[in-house]
Design a protein around this ligand. Structure first.
Ligand SMILES: Cc1cc2nc3c(=O)[nH]c(=O)nc-3n(C[C@H](O)[C@H](O)[C@H](O)COP(=O)(O)OP(=O)(O)OC[C@H]3O[C@@H](n4cnc5c(N)ncnc54)[C@H](O)[C@@H]3O)c2cc1C
Length: 307
C-alpha cells in the first residue's frame, strides 16, 4: 500500500529463510518450524539415504548459521531432485527431547513421524523480510505523517542478515519511538476528514474464486523457483516476465470485479513479489541473505536498494 502511494521501499531482496520447516506433503500454511535449538541439542541434517552433508559446506556442520544451512539444504535438494532433507534426532535422549521440545514432538507424532525412531523431513521456508518501508529512526516513512513499525519496515537494524529471534527490537523500540514522536507532534498535525466513502461498485460481478487461487498458486511457484534462496540473472528475469503477466491480469480483475479481501491480498502479494524481485535484480553482489550465482562476491562498499 505504501509503495502504491509512492512511498519509498528499501532492501527488499534480503529475505530470510528458516532452514528447517517441517515438510508436510499435505501442505500447511504457515509451515510448522522445527526450532534451530533442536540442532543445538545435537540433531544432525542428513539426506534421505542418511548421509550427513553439512560438513561439506561449513566446518560447523549442522550448527552453521541459518543462511548457510538454508543454502546447503536448497543445493542438496536441487542436486538430488528431492523434496526435502532430514533432521536426525534418533540418537538423542527421548526424555530430554520430549521435555525440551514437547510441541515439536507432538506435531511430528500428529503427522505420523516419531522423531525418536525416524528422521524428520525438513525444507527451508520463507521466514522474515529484513527490508520494507523505509523509515527514519523515529519510524517516519517518506510519506508525510505515515508511520510504520515492525516487520513491514526497513529500519536498518538487521542489516542484510537478521539474527534469529529479534523481532521485538523493531516492534517495541520503534513502537515506543513512534509514540514519543507522535506525542510531541500531535497538536501540530492537521487532519483531512473529507475523505469520500469507499464506492463498493455493487453492480460489479464477484470474481470467480478459481481465478484468485490459480494466480496465488502461480505466484507461489514463481517466487519459490526463481526468487528463492539462490538467485541468478536468468531466474530473476523469468520471475519479472511472469510477474508482469500476473500483475496485468490481476489489475484487470481488480478494476472490473467487486473487490474482496482475497483479491486485495493477491494484488498486494503481487506488488510485494515485484518489489522483492526488482530489488534482487538491482543488487549486483551477494551479501547477507541475498545470494546470486552471477555475482557471488561482496562489493567493498554498502549499497542500498531503494524503490
Ligand atoms: C513461523 C514463524 C516463527 C517465528 N518465530 C520468531 C521467533 O521465535 N522470534 C522472533 O523474534 N520472530 C519470529 N518470527 C518473526 C515474527 O513473528 C514477526 O517478525 C513479527 O510477528 C512481526 O510483527 P509485526 O507486528 O510487524 O507484523 P505481524 O505480526 O505480521 O502483524 C501484521 C498485522 O497486520 C495485519 N494486516 C496485514 N495486512 C493488512 C491490511 N491490508 N489491513 C489490515 N490489517 C492487515 C495482519 O493480519 C497482522 O495482524 C517468526 C515468524 C514466523 C512466520
Amino acid at each position: 500500500m505504501t509503495y502504491r502511494a509512492k512511498g519509498r521501499m528499501e532492501n527488499l531482496e534480503f529475505v530470510q529463510f528458516h532452514p528447517t520447516g517441517l515438510y508436510n506433503p499435505a501442505g500447511e500454511n504457515p509451515t510448522f518450524l522445527i526450532s534451530e535449538a533442536v540442532r543445538g541439542e545435537g540433531a544432525i541434517l542428513r539426506t534421505k539415504d542418511g548421509e550427513e552433508f553439512m560438513t561439506k559446506y561449513d566446518i560447523r556442520g549442522s550448527l552453521a548459521p541459518r543462511d548457510i544451512v538454508a543454502r546447503a539444504i536448497d543445493k542438496e535438494m536441487k542436486m538430488r531432485g528431492d523434496e526435502c532433507m532430514y533432521l536426525d534426532c534418533t540418537h538423542l535422549d527421548e526424555h530430554a527431547f520430549t521435555k525440551h521440545f514437547p510441541n515439536i514432538y507432538e506435531k511430528c507424532m500428529s503427522i505420523g513421524i516419531n522423531p525418536m525412531q525416524e528422521m524428520i523431513p525438513v525444507t527451508p521456508v520463507c521466514h522474515y523480510l529484513c527490508g520494507g518501508i523505509l523509515v527514519d529512526k523515529m519510524g517516519r516513512s517518506s510519506i508525510q505523517n505515515l508511520y510504520a513499525c515492525g516487520e513491514c519496515t526497513s529500519t536498518g537494524l538487521h542489516g542484510a542478515n537478521r539474527l534469529a529471534s529479534n523481532s521485538l527490537l523493531e516492534a517495541m523500540v520503534f513502537g515506543h519511538r513512534i509514540h514519543l514522536d507522535l506525542v510531541e507532534r500531535i497538536d501540530d498535525l492537521s487532519w483531512q476528514d473529507n475523505i469520500p466513502e469507499w464506492d463498493t461498485f455493487e453492480s460489479k460481478q464477484p470474481v470467480e474464486q478459481v481465478l484468485i487461487t490459480q494466480e496465488l498458486k502461480e505466484l507461489h511457484e514463481i517466487m519459490s523457483y526463481y526468487v528463492g534462496i539462490v538467485r541468478s540473472n536468468l531466474r530473476l528475469k523469468r520471475a519479472m516476465d511472469r510477474l508482469w503477466i500476473l500483475y496485468r491480469e490481476t489489475e484487470a480483475l481488480y478494476n472490473d470485479s467487486a473487490i474482496s479481501p482475497k483479491l486485495c491480498e493477491l494484488r498486494n502479494l503481487i506488488t510485494l513479489a515485484y518489489l522483492v524481485s526488482r530489488s534482487a535484480t538491482m543488487r549486483r553482489e551477494s551479501r547477507g541473505l541475498h545470494f546470486t550465482t552471477d555475482y557471488p562476491g561482496k562489493l567493498d562498499f554498502l549499497d542500498r536498494s531503494i524503490l
